[in-house]
Design a protein around this ligand. Structure first.
Ligand SMILES: [Zn+2]
Length: 266
């Protein structure tokens, strides 16, 4: 997923609500930045509270082993304020280029790469459509499952069409999106944070004029509509709604029982 509001994202990690980040080093990076930029802690407090947080939330955390890494992270945090992207704008001409590929897998991949390039222009300061990617995450975000060699083949075909290029410096983890349109005219999609969770569905929904897709009524992310039983919520929110309903039923049941007891006692 693409992060638009990094401060909120780091807060989610700090509160243990966001479990996306698995690596300790990445966690240390976000926690130290959160303590510095959101909670205005000085380096000493930052170190102490980072260690405390890691002891609490990371099993077998060894302070001696990580002590230098935490101090380095705090130093780096000063040079790395949180970025905030209001929205990612996708223009009609960009969408027309993507759909001209006329192959759904390739189209979804190119759409995700375009969104990533626009996000990385701000988050990494990249220019000219440069985008850093990992093929596994790219395919996951584009919601396509194909064998590894076929993935490269899809990318190769898009390069052949001239919509993607390779950077001059031979970097296998980067590509260049050749048709980035940064104008504010003809914006067809204005992606907010919730949209960034389901880029593939968002693209397909645009392509199908909204048919077959809807937005979760709780979190706003795009969901695939079921033909038989219309869905209101995404999977996560449906589970959360179910838990709330159960709690409510239990509460009412208890109230009823208590009411009966009171009547009996009268
Ligand atoms: Zn939801």
């Amino acid at each position: 997923m693409l992060i638009l509001n990094e401060e909120k994202y780091a807060q989610g990690i700090y509160d243990e609500k966001n479990k996306d980040v698995k690596s300790v080093l990445q966690k240390i990076g976000y926690i130290t930045r959160h303590l510095l930029h959101s909670l205005n802690q000085n380096d000493e407090e930052n170190y102490k509270n980072s260690v405390e947080w890691l002891k609490k939330h990371h099993s077998n955390f060894d302070e001696i082993y990580y002590s230098n890494l935490i101090s380095d992270a705090i130093k780096k945090a000063h040079k790395k304020p949180f970025y905030r992207i209001e929205s990612i704008k996708i223009t009609k001409s960009e969408l027309d280029i993507i759909s001209s590929l006329d192959n759904l897998r390739a189209e979804k991949i190119l759409f995700v790469l375009l969104c990533m390039a626009k996000q990385q222009a701000i988050s990494n300061g990249f220019t000219n459509g440069l985008v850093k990617y990992s093929i596994t995450d790219l395919c996951k975000t584009a919601r396509i499952s194909v064998p590894a060699e076929e993935r490269e083949y899809i990318l190769y075909n898009i390069v052949q069409r001239g919509f993607l290029g390779y950077p001059k410096k031979n970097n296998t983890q980067c590509l260049i999106v050749n048709f980035v349109d940064n104008s504010d005219d003809n914006v067809a999609l204005n992606l907010n944070e919730a949209d960034c969770y389901e880029l593939a569905y968002l693209y397909l929904s645009w392509k199908n004029d909204g048919k077959g897709y809807t937005k979760c009524q709780r979190c706003g992310r795009m969901i695939k509509q079921s033909k038989t039983k219309p869905k209101k919520y995404c999977e996560e929110c449906a589970q959360e709604a179910e838990r709330e309903n159960t709690r409510e039923r239990v509460r009412r049941y208890r109230e009823k029982c208590n009411g009966n007891l009171t009547q009996q006692n009268d």
